[in-house]
Design a protein around this ligand. Structure first.
Ligand code: SAM
Length: 291
């Protein structure tokens, strides 16, 4: 099964079916992780990454009058960060109902709550009218959406002319072996992954101008690890190995060994990025003004 470069490997499956594996995975991740860490930034680089990406929004002049969409919003931590920073209206969309429930619960009663809406739904069918949105944001979620050209066309559809698409996403790195890539994609339920070149070509194919495209994986992995150490003093080794004999045993007992091993495989992300086996792209794109 080819999983690189946006090739469609899922035959005649409908897009509703194709988005299901990611929803199942994140329902499981919610079961396995929430309660241990609760709602956190769930992307490479944690808060550091969100701050850095949100600086791009400041650069393009986002203010309280803008309407934003956070696609693949997860537990809504970045969504709340943006509402707090820019005082703008923002809707978070995610395929996983459990994540949306948690995003709502953790937003209730916060200062920015009146600016934020969370909605369960697919990135391939966004809940906005054409041209309604000033800026689409996403962190580390597009990798899960099976049809990248269609996803980018959908972002293009909801944006006004002159609106922005600002996102980060996981991509295949140069040095990963075929066996490692297969294992990693299976554990994360990726049906396809882009390279920097294929991403640019899909973006321009959808009609976007690519204003900037940067590789930020190593920087984010290092910053994220430092942030984790500060928060809980658990290193990567502690998190994945010695960490939790009890948690490991409980996971194996309840879900089986394969689920436990897949969870450890997912933890390889930071290491793979540091080794150039995976990459993280940071993009700022613009829908051209209509002529
Ligand atoms: C790595 S998490 C990122 C969450 C959030 N953006 C953050 O940075 O904290 C990826 C998210 O993508 C969501 N997702 C996967 N496929 C999706 C789809 N087709 N439509 C919408 N959300 C999707 C998952 O449910 C998950 O919450």
């Amino acid at each position: 099964m080819s999983k690189a470069n946006g090739s469609d490997n899922s035959g005649s499956q409908s897009s509703e079916q194709k988005v299901k594996p990611a929803a199942h995975l994140y329902t499981l991740i919610n079961e396995l992780q929430v309660g241990v860490q609760d709602a956190i930034h769930y992307h490479l680089g944690f808060q550091y990454a969100t701050e850095a990406l949100s600086d791009k929004l400041a650069d393009v002049g986002v203010d309280a009058s803008w309407r934003l969409l956070d696609v693949c919003c997860g537990w809504g931590v970045p969504t709340r960060f943006l509402a707090d920073r820019f005082k703008c209206h923002i809707t978070g969309v995610d395929i996983t109902q459990r994540s949306i429930d948690l995003a709502r619960q953790t937003t209730e009663g916060t200062e920015a709550a009146s600016l934020i809406t969370f909605q369960q739904g697919s990135a391939l069918n966004l809940p906005s009218a054409p041209g309604e949105i000033d800026l689409v944001w996403s962190q580390d979620g597009f990798c899960h959406v099976p049809d990248r050209p269609r996803l980018l066309q959908e972002c293009f559809r909801v944006l006004r002319s002159g609106g922005y698409l600002v996102f980060s996403d996981w991509m295949r790195g140069e040095y990963i072996t075929a066996a490692e890539f297969e294992r990693f994609c299976t554990a994360w339920s990726f049906q396809e992954l882009e390279t920097p070149d294929s991403y640019r070509s899909h973006l321009t194919g959808a009609g976007f101008e690519v204003l900037s495209q940067e590789e930020v994986g190593r920087e984010y992995a290092a910053a994220g690890e430092a942030e984790f150490l500060k928060l809980g003093a658990t290193s990567f080794i502690q998190r994945t190995a010695a960490k939790d004999t009890e948690t490991a045993a409980a996971t194996v007992g309840k879900y089986g060994l394969d689920v436990h091993l897949a969870q450890l495989e997912r933890e390889n992300m930071d290491i793979y990025v540091a080794q150039g086996k995976m990459a993280l792209g940071r993009f700022v794109c613009r829908k051209p003004d209509s002529r």
